[in-house]
Design a protein around this ligand. Structure first.
Ligand code: FAD
Ligand code: UDP
Length: 393
């Protein structure tokens, strides 16, 4: 009998498998319907021997010391600060918009203070910021919004920024200095030997059994377990009882080119041209040396694997119905980007999984306490010894 059946071997499922197996000595079966672990963070060496991310570029960044230290148990790191250029008006300019973006775009040589004044002069006064259009227009005005955000967002999400929650475009800041990093988090690094290697180390424990190519529907009635941790789409778990939660999908077109370097930056965004949103050159992320180079083009799609929950009010309302049901379902725990319908980055999913682990252990400790005879005032010797014993890694 397994203590836990974990559905999905991405960050959410693998962190929980690792904690439950190594810290709580639980027997875990982790399954995935795909033929690999690591979920959307999966990377592999392609036919030319170049390390690529199958499901698009994954750049690790976090402000959480706890999350970074936790993952450091399973990987060494390659320091890496991400940079992006956007193709606008026939030029490649830094994205997020910064001092150099404005100067290059308009052929100016403003300083930080002057750029600040310029942005203030074009920014629109929007009393209540609700949508992804409001966020940008209130900071950089309509013209820059149209050049950098409007069409990219329409392409990526299949809807206008005015129909999306403000949290979507809020992910990309505006700067008046020359900082051209995509992220400013305290910890920014790539797993030195890739994500999949890191996941292999997380799941390498005698208490963890991994079963791939397996949809949970196929085994749920045959394999005995006590509790489920579910990291797939929450609406699917409940047979779409309240209707389908909308997700946005992508098609990834991978290519290997017979040149050493292809792009002027690790990622180039194309807000206004092409059907794809961006191109990524993997060697720039991983630091791998190779005479050829591999890139991926991302083509947004309505149908296909669910990659992005779509943040907007009506979807949040529908999700809240599923959330209520999820909370009322005993012995099933929902965690991760699909199961909690949150546009989360990897570090946020790790943090969410670590929090659930804490909750699960508190719950089992409470159950243990409840079983104890009421008279025992002080801890027994065995308990004292156990509590002094070094924790299992
Ligand atoms: P997933 O990784 O999706 O894992 C869920 C797993 O459950 C999947 O492997 C799936 O096959 C499995 N599953 C689903 N249903 C079933 C079923 N019925 N039976 C069995 N198995 C099932 N985050 C960053 O921090 N930085 C980035 O640069 C970044 N870039 C991204 C780029 C793209 C294109 C995308 C789509 C996401 C990106 N992310 C990035 C987000 C990151 O991928 C997620 O935060 C993270 O992978 C979520 O982990 P998870 O375990 O919740 O879900
Ligand atoms: N965005 C945009 N233009 C860009 C980059 C981003 O309009 O050049 C918007 C777009 O709506 C996108 C969102 O900002 O979906 C978040 O961007 P991010 O790079 O964080 O997207 P992700 O890497 O999660 O796909």
């Amino acid at each position: 009998m397994f203590d836990y059946l974990i559905v999905g071997a991405g960050f959410a499922g693998s962190v929980l498998a690792e904690r439950l197996a190594t810290r709580s000595n639980k027997k875990v079966l982790i399954i995935d319907k795909r033929n690999h672990i690591a979920g959307n963070a999966y990377d592999h060496y392609n036919e030319e021997g170049i390390l690529v991310h199958k499901y698009g570029p994954h750049i690790f960044h976090t402000n959480s010391k706890d999350v970074f230290e936790y993952l450091t148990n399973f990987t060494d790191w390659r320091p890496y600060e991400h940079r992006v250029l956007a193709s606008v008006d026939g030029q490649l300019v830094p994205m997020p918009i910064n001092l150099d973006t404005i100067n290059k775009l308009y052929g100016l040589s403003l300083n930080s203070f002057e750029v600040e004044q310029f942005l203030e002069s074009v920014a629109e006064d929007i009393p209540v910021i609700r949508t992804s259009e409001d966020v940008v227009v209130s900071k950089v005005g309509r013209e820059l919004y149209e050049k950098f955000f409007k069409n990219y967002t329409r392409k990526q999400w299949g809807m206008d920024p005015s129909e999306l929650d403000k949290s979507v475009t809020s992910r990309v800041p505006t700067r008046t200095n020359r900082d051209d990093r995509y992220f400013t988090d305290t910890y920014q690094a790539m797993p030195l030997h890739g994500y999949t290697r890191m996941f292999e180390r997380m799941l390498d424990h005698p208490n963890i059994k991994v079963m791939l190519n397996t949809d949970y529907h196929e085994i749920i009635d045959f394999i005995p377990f006590k509790e489920i941790i579910f990291t797939g789409p929450v609406d699917e778990y409940f047979d779409f009882k309240f209707g389908k939660l909308p997700y946005r999908s992508l098609e990834f077109k991978h290519e290997t080119l017979n040149v050493e370097k292809f792009l002027a930056a690790p990622v180039v965004n194309y807000p206004n041209e092409h059907l794809y949103t961006r191109i990524t050159e993997f060697k720039a992320l991983t630091g791998q040396q190779h005479p050829k180079t591999s890139v991926v083009y991302e083509y947004p799609q309505a149908d296909g694997d669910p990659y992005y929950p779509i943040p907007r009010l009506e979807n949040a309302e529908l999700y809240s119905k599923y959330k209520k049901l999820a909370d009322e379902t005993p012995n099933v725990h929902f965690v991760g980007r699909l199961a909690t319908y949150k546009y989360y980055n990897m570090d946020q999913v790790v943090a969410q999984a670590l929090t659930l682990y804490k909750k699960l252990t508190e719950k089992s400790e409470e159950a243990l306490q409840a079983k104890k005879p009421a008279i025992s005032g002080s801890a027994s010797l065995v308990e004292k010894l156990v509590s002094r014993a070094p924790k299992q890694e």
